[in-house]
Ligand binder design. Structure first.
Ligand SMILES: [Zn+2]
Length: 83
């Protein structure tokens, strides 16, 4: 049982081959165990959410700067005067 190979199939483009790692738990190696796959997906989602948050923040700041610039020009104010 301890000499079993991981039962995961790896896909690279059109090719599909079995994982060469030794099974550690539930017939999967540490990399392909569903728990590990779930964790990877969760991490990827968290990273994506963080990236999109940063993008939104940047966009909002740019929008604000643009609006503030227009506001100041209309009133003949300096950008620094607007707090
Ligand atoms: Zn594996």
């Amino acid at each position: 049982m301890s000499t079993d190979r991981c039962k995961a199939m790896i896909r690279t483009g059109w090719h599909k081959y079995p994982c060469a790692n030794q099974a550690k738990r539930d017939g999967y190696c540490g990399t392909h165990h569903p728990d590990a796959a779930e964790k990877r997906r969760f991490k990827a989602e968290a990273r994506w959410a963080e990236e999109s948050r940063i993008r939104n923040e940047k966009y909002e700041r740019e929008e604000y700067d643009r609006a503030a610039g227009v506001y100041c020009r209309r009133r003949g104010m300096k950008r620094e005067e607007l707090v």
